[in-house]
Design a binder for this molecule. Structure first.
Ligand SMILES: [Fe+2]
Length: 321
């Protein structure tokens, strides 16, 4: 087994979504869906609010933290939505933030097909699953499909009253850079398995087996299809040594972030893996008091306001040169 490395606790920059902006988003948009996507009308309405003035600081902070052209940008952003508004407003405002990057969607259908999936934490769920009480190893969501979701996000309705469930973020590219070329070559082979890819929306066909490391034309990592569970998957037997080395490299890059109500963690899946520590002791916690986190995905849309901010800044730099 790889050595256990304590992740560095980070007190992150929280990008504040002002109350007025949250209210404006929830006035302008609803939770109406079109299939697995937030409706086009909602996306347009949210973008109208975000580009109508009063959101420039939010947009540039979000864009700056998720700037793919800047390797020194974090690749994730933590937004502080107003914690005192209702759950519905949090979900609409959270979807509005995602619309700044792309089109919000769900990849797993739950109930009548709402955007934000997830229920109150339960000991009845498998401990390591979403909504379970155990630790979750670092992973990207849906590593085993043709179109991996570009962004994933977690919206906290209620933190763990027992003080656990700290979010972990691992830098996939920094971890790849720590490996030697022999290991990188081994990870480029399309021979790896993880879970199942059934009944998913918006992510294309299943892709299994797959390469962990998938480069673009310039030889830069396009995707690092990673899930810590791969280490224990019998289909990967015989290839676990290189997976162990990658897991150890990823652990060296990992930071820990504590999330509370109203916080929205947005993660660029091309750059960062996510996971969590175990929740605190759950005995005696009544229904309606345990941790409740929801998740939604988003596509990458170059026309979305945050990317337009970056395109505008890049054009400005070219003009200055
Ligand atoms: Fe996940």
């Amino acid at each position: 087994m790889s050595q256990i490395i304590e992740p560095r606790a980070e007190d992150p920059v929280r990008v504040v979504l002002p109350r007025t902006l949250s209210a404006a988003l929830s006035e302008a948009a609803t939770m109406q869906m079109e299939g697995h996507r937030w409706s086009a009308q909602n996306v347009a309405a949210a973008r109208g609010v975000l580009t109508g003035g009063g959101a420039q600081m939010l947009l540039s902070a979000l864009a700056g933290r998720l700037d793919r052209s800047d390797p020194s940008s974090p690749g994730w952003a933590l937004l502080a939505l107003p914690a005192t508004v209702g759950d519905e407003e949090l979900q609409v405002a959270g979807a509005g933030v995602l619309a700044a990057l792309g089109c919000p969607f769900f990849s797993i259908r739950q109930g009548n097909g709402r955007l934000w999936i997830g229920q109150e934490t339960s000991e009845a769920k498998e401990a390591a699953s979403f909504g379970g009480t155990g630790a979750q190893t670092l992973h990207i969501d849906a590593p085993n499909v043709e179109q991996v979701p570009e962004y994933t996000s977690l919206l906290v309705l209620r933190g763990d009253p027992a003080g656990g469930g700290v979010s972990l973020l691992g830098d996939l590219r920094a971890a790849v850079a720590r490996l030697d070329e022999t290991d990188r070559e081994a990870l480029r082979e399309p021979v790896f398995f993880e879970g199942q890819a059934e009944n998913l929306s918006g992510v294309g066909a299943p892709r299994m087996p797959f390469p962990v490391l998938e480069d673009d034309q310039d030889g830069q990592p396009a995707w690092v299809r990673w899930a810590g569970k791969m280490l224990r998957d019998p289909r990967n037997t015989g290839r676990t040594a290189v997976l162990e080395r990658f897991a150890a490299a990823l652990a060296q890059t990992t930071v820990a972030v504590t999330l509370g109500r109203g916080q929205l963690l947005v993660i660029d899946q091309r750059r960062m893996a996510h996971g969590r520590t175990a929740l605190g002791p759950q005995q005696g916690l009544a229904d309606g008091t345990r941790r409740w986190i929801m998740q939604a995905k988003a596509t990458f849309d170059p026309a979305a306001p945050a990317h337009q901010v970056l395109a505008g800044a890049a054009a400005g730099r070219r003009n200055d040169a």
